[in-house]
Design a protein. Sequence first.
Length: 64
Amino acid sequence: MKPSKFVSHYERMLGRPLQSDELAAIASARKNSDGKRDAVKAMRAALLEVAPAARRGYRELNLT
């Protein structure tokens, strides 16, 4: 996944816009990482720290 597509992907997956604290954590992780692959890993880890619900898959989120 490209780092530029990360936010839109997780917004679709969660079914809501990301909150300001989630976006700040993602931006900080992206800034502090090296390269595309490391950036995505760091961004995902930062998002999961702030929003544990992002760990769920599509099936679990769509059950409600």
